[in-house]
Design a protein around this ligand. Structure first.
Ligand SMILES: [Zn+2]
Length: 220
């Protein structure tokens, strides 16, 4: 991770990544200095593609200490360090994702940083403080370890053949789990066991592990 310093005047139109420009993170008080953590941009880009967004709008990015206090934050909060962004996410049809959908999407990405549900409509705070801190600003900053559980949302079950850890993708770690299951070193149940039977012969064998490994490496 690294926090970089930019100037609104000279770097404003510079692209930090495919979808984000420096000026979008500028402090609303008009200051020229902007701090941006490169990890924050990575998370926002991953969220962008995970949700297949049309756009992500940064409603508050970098904040000077005085501005942060003015808008109800703290003089040393994550925004003042360039680690945070408050966002809304636009769908392809132009409507906005709900804050609940965004929180769950960041959980899907296993985001080990700050996720704040700012309101019950569309705004979410995301930061890269370096440790997991998921909190609900609509409920006295109450923390949770899973947004799905906290919000009472059913986590979608993956039916992808070869995906046994339920992250929606087939990876070498899935192949390893299937191999271990085929030799009774591990046990899979429910949908995971169904997904483990990649060739659909009704048994979990090393051949399923091999097929999963081929999928994981993109070999058809
Ligand atoms: Zn925030």
């Amino acid at each position: 991770m690294s926090v970089k310093t930019y100037s609104l005047k000279s770097d404003g139109s510079k692209f930090l990544s495919k979808h984000f420009q420096v000026r979008e993170f500028a402090c609303k008080d008009g200051s020229d200095k902007i701090l941006i953590n490169t990890d924050l941009i990575d998370v926002l880009e991953r969220l962008f593609s995970h949700l297949n967004c049309k756009a992500i709008n940064i409603t508050s990015g970098y904040r000077t200490p005085s501005h942060s206090v003015k808008v109800g934050g703290y003089a040393t909060d994550q925004h003042t360090q360039g680690n945070a962004a408050d966002i809304t996410c636009k769908k392809q049809d132009g409507s906005l994702f709900s804050s609940n959908e965004i929180c769950c999407a960041l959980e899907d990405l296993n985001h080990q940083g700050g996720i704040g549900r700012i309101n019950k409509t569309h705004s979410v705070h995301v930061d890269v403080r370096g440790y997991k801190c998921w909190f609900d600003e609509t409920n006295g900053e109450k923390t949770c370890s899973s947004w799905y559980t906290y919000l009472g949302i059913q986590k979608p079950v993956s039916t992808v053949k070869g995906d046994v850890d339920g992250d929606g993708k087939v990876t070498t770690s899935d192949a390893r789990k299937i191999l271990r299951t085929s030799s009774n070193l591990e046990k899979l149940s429910g949908q995971a066991a169904k997904n483990a039977d990649v060739n659909g012969d009704g048994k979990i064998t090393p051949s399923d592990a091999r097929d999963a490994l081929r999928k994981a490496s993109g070999v058809k």
